[in-house]
Design a protein around this ligand. Structure first.
Ligand code: ADP
Length: 511
């Protein structure tokens, strides 16, 4: 900040007087501004702030007294010291008039240079010290305002945090260095069934079970800790909680207490235990069921083989003696036994899904698809199907045999349920979509009405009769089970009479 240089206004109609004054005051540390008449002086007072005004009394037009009166009447200049300097009007009457219009001095010419300079210096000093005081006052007012502002902001932020602490569903607390509660948030009521005041100055360890005390002490002395604890509520109920503890430090970094967040996890714990129990039950019953399906289908095939082979024997032995009707009955019986064998075989395959361990490394699905197509060579040739495979197939950590079956079932169906008027066209695609791969097997076959689109994935659900298309109704259920093993989804999009697209996804985790 540049130091303030005070200004002195000299008002005199005679240039020679102005010159003389300038000479006298030239040695004073102030800026001298001159006016030749009262009007100019008033105009200058609008633009400048003066520390002192020296004015002549006898001036044409507005005289010194009138000018002084006008200056006193203006708030901007009312406090500026006025000194009359005059060569005429030395009588007492004029002196009195001068003081009555607000002059601080009435000096008679010839002026003693030294005295005038000294007086001017006194008023300049007064002016400077007043200015200094004003600046000091303004600074302290600004400081007080900023302090008030900071206080208000602090109050708002404190209120915000208090609201947060009080409305949060967790309990927030603080302890002193002895582990005694110094603050407990209002959640205390819901958690421990008592008002926060009941816990104040009680030790935290008092709420803990004896077997947990060592753990809590360790967490507090380690500085930071997160632990699960069962704490005793006011009504002796055990509340399962999860607690995070952090130390409170003083300005020198010494631990002066602890702050903690306590969350009620009683319900979470109960649900978790129930879930674990249900999962265990489910796993058990699933394993039982799989075991049952496996054993049953395995053991059922044996008597079936007997029925089949004895029927064969019967027809060979008695072939000549049997009439056409009897021969037809035997064919029906053998046909039935064969279908039952298919059914059992498919059931067996269904029950086996998910039993084999996953490979350690991802397998190339291009090869898997090739194997599926190789198994379908006859069906493809007989139907004249055109099958298109994708250029790029991913490598995934999935079971090869299961995926051969998955592709094979979908492609076989696309050929089996073809439209009678056109040769089948089957297109297979694989596309990466965000965190999963999406595979699509589309055909130009019979299509499926939307109301059946979900049902066909259930076991034994078929839309065609036995005479229209061979099948056991297990193929798509197998596909669903395979995809489900990897956390994927399977669905069909179809337009009846035009064709279907069977889609399935496999999450990236199997990469
Ligand atoms: P299956 O072929 O042995 O009958 P699936 O479980 O493979 O058993 O199929 C269930 C039913 O879904 C089939 O009977 C058929 O009606 C229908 N379906 C499956 N794939 C297609 C397809 N690509 N086009 C039309 N219908 C289909």
């Amino acid at each position: 900040m540049t130091p303030l240089r005070p200004k002195i206004l000299i008002v005199d109609d005679l240039p020679s007087n102005l010159l003389a004054m300038r000479k006298v005051l030239g040695k004073v540390d102030a800026q001298l501004i001159e006016a030749g008449n009262g009007n100019d002086a008033l105009a200058l007072c609008l633009d400048h702030e003066f520390a002192l005004i020296l004015l002549d009394v006898d001036m044409p037009g507005m005289d010194g007294y009138e000018l002084a009166e006008l200056l006193r009447g203006e708030p901007r200049t009312a406090q500026v010291p006025l000194i009359f300097v005059t060569a005429s009007y030395s009588d007492e009457l004029h002196r009195k008039r001068g003081y009555s219009v607000g002059a601080v001095e009435y000096i008679q010419k010839p002026v003693d240079d030294f005295i005038l300079r000294s007086k001017a210096n006194v008023f300049l000093e007064l002016y400077l010290s007043r200015k200094g005081l004003e600046a000091e006052l303004a600074r302290s007012e600004a400081m007080a305002a900023s302090l008030r502002d900071s206080e208000a902001r602090l109050r708002i932020s404190e209120q915000k945090f208090r609201n947060l602490v009080e409305n949060i569903s967790d309990l927030i607390w603080e302890t002193d260095s002895e582990g005694r509660f110094t603050y407990v948030s209002p959640r205390c009521g819901q958690l421990f069934g008592c008002p926060p005041e009941d816990l104040l100055s009680r030790p935290l360890l008092e709420l803990c079970r004896p077997e947990d005390i060592a753990r809590v002490r360790a967490a507090m002395s380690d500085g930071v800790g997160r632990l699960e604890l069962a704490l005793a509520a006011a009504d002796r109920r055990l509340v399962h909680t999860e607690i995070s503890i952090t130390p409170i430090l003083d300005t020198q970094g010494f631990v002066i207490g602890h702050r903690g967040i306590t969350r009620d996890i009683t319900i979470r714990k109960r649900v978790r235990a129930e879930l674990a129990q249900k999962t265990a039950e489910l796993e058990r019953s699933n394993a039982d069921l799989e075991q049952f399906a496996y054993v049953a289908s395995h053991d059922l095939r044996e008597p079936l083989r007997m029925v089949n082979s004895f029927l064969g024997l019967l027809s060979r032995r008695l072939g000549d003696q049997l009439d056409d009707e009897a021969k037809e009955y035997i064919t029906f019986a053998m046909d039935g036994a064969q279908r039952m064998d298919h059914l059992i075989r498919d059931l067996l395959a269904y029950s086996r899904i998910g039993r084999s361990p996953l490979p350690d490394e991802p397998i190339p699905l291009a090869t898997t698809l090739e194997s599926a197509l190789a198994n379908l060579t006859v069906a493809v040739e007989e139907s004249g199907a055109i099958v298109t495979v994708p250029k790029d197939m991913p490598e995934l950590r999935v079971d090869d045999v299961e995926f051969v079956r998955l592709f094979q079932n979908l492609i076989a169906n696309a050929i089996k349920y073809r439209h009678p008027d056109r040769p089948p066209r089957v297109e297979i695609s694989a596309q990466r979509k965000e965190a999963e791969w999406e595979f699509r097997v589309s055909d130009n076959g019979l299509g499926i009405e939307s109301k059946y689109c979900e049902r066909i994935f259930q076991i034994f659900q078929r839309l065609q009769g036995r005479n229209e298309a061979e099948g056991t109704g297990i193929g798509l259920a197998v596909c669903k089970r395979v995809v489900g093993r990897y956390g994927g989804r399977i669905w069909v999009e179809s337009i009846p009479g035009e064709g279907s697209v069977f889609c399935f996804t496999i999450p990236d985790i199997t990469l």
